[in-house]
Design a protein around this ligand. Structure first.
Ligand code: AHM
Ligand code: MG
Length: 337
């Protein structure tokens, strides 16, 4: 696709519209939906840049359904996306990390063709220290024919996703998404309020000897994960070991680094929480869709994440994602071939 005027790369809206014409059945609805999510990212980005000045830091004093303290920005961003998605009239069900139960917008009960799940602020504990955070989103087609949607519309296997992606709020704001036709990354020009295409068709690089995990928990991990982490730290230059460790504590940021530089992000289960910490619907599945589209992989140790069907809105899963070679290596420790 040609660059925009003044030599600038194409904007996100122009890029999505140009892709839309590749699908003869496209009506523009999907473009509107993605644009609403992208707008949410711009507003969150602005809010974060002013964080300390507009009381966006700190906690609400509330604890969410998962027992986690709710940051003010979690609440604000969650409401923002509910409003933006409801306004489109295209969404019949919304799932979010910050919602006890799904929301079924009235505006989308009849016309809503899509179901959207999201983590409005991933890596919340980074907000107060001005470290990177993100938003993760996942879009499915509606399952129920008409009338009000139900939980069944939300609880679909990851392979049913029609789009997924994330917005990284780091030293720059990056919107990265896939519709199953590769992974494309856009950078927000804050002065113009536009995302511009910076990396079309992202692929994991060949080199991959970086591991990203909260190793402080390794004493409670199960044996395959402990053996894996010991293995990557051994000294064997022929196999690129020891690996380097990088951990930001926000999945979006850690994943984005791995997508660009190669490696693996792992959040294993442990003896008290065999399902780990990260949630299938709005963390694991969307990132897994992006990873597979970028030539990588994502599993729960043995099974591709996209082949699993969550049984609840907040269901958790052990999570390994990144360069295929690295995810296969973990799989070997877990007994897959
Ligand atoms: P959050 O969405 O409530 O912030 O939690 C998810 C985050 C991930 O982004 C990150 O990888 C992980 O939790 C960090 O957890 P820990 O602090 O246990 O390392
Ligand atoms: Mg999260």
């Amino acid at each position: 696709m040609n660059s925009n005027t003044q030599g600038l790369p194409p904007t996100l809206s122009r890029f999505i519209r140009s892709r839309q014409s590749e699908y003869p059945e496209a009506t523009g609805d999907f473009t509107s939906l993605l644009s609403a999510i992208a707008l949410g990212g711009k507003l969150i980005s602005r809010q974060i840049n002013l964080a300390g000045l507009v009381e966006a830091t700190g906690y609400t004093g509330r604890v969410n359904v998962q027992g986690e303290e709710v940051a003010k920005l979690d609440d604000w961003s969650n409401e923002l996306f509910i409003d933006l998605l409801s306004e489109t009239g295209l969404v019949c069900a919304i799932g979010s990390e910050e919602l006890d139960r799904p929301v079924f917008p009235e505006s989308g009960a009849e016309s809503g063709k899509y179901v959207v799940s999201y983590d409005p602020v991933d890596g919340s504990s980074n907000i107060d220290v001005a470290a990177p955070i993100g938003t993760i989103f996942s879009i499915y087609p509606r399952k129920s024919p008409s009338g009000e949607c139900s939980d069944a519309d939300l609880l679909q296997p990851g392979r049913n996703q029609v789009a997924a992606g994330y917005i990284l709020y780091g030293s720059s704001t990056i919107f990265c998404y896939t519709t199953g036709q590769g992974v494309h990354a856009f950078t927000l020009d804050q002065t113009m309020g536009e995302y511009h295409l910076t990396t079309p068709d992202l692929k994991f690089p060949e080199k991959s000897n970086v591991y990203s995990t909260n190793e402080g928990n390794s004493g409670t991990w199960l044996m395959p994960d402990r053996q894996w982490v010991n293995y990557v730290k051994e000294n064997d230059p022929d196999t690129g070991r020891p690996y380097s460790a990088r951990y930001i504590g926000a999945l979006v940021a850690d994943f984005h680094r791995i997508l660009l530089k190669g490696g693996i992000f792992a959040y294993p289960g442990n003896t008290t929480n065999p399902e780990g910490k990260l949630r299938m619907l709005y963390e694991c599945a969307p990132m897994a869709f992006v990873a597979e589209q970028a030539g990588g992989a994502a599993t729960n140790g043995t099974t591709p994440i996209l082949d699993l069907t969550p049984t609840g809105l907040h269901q958790r899963s052990p999570f390994y994602i990144g360069s295929k070679r690295e995810v296969d290596l973990v799989g070997a420790f877990h007994g897959t071939t």
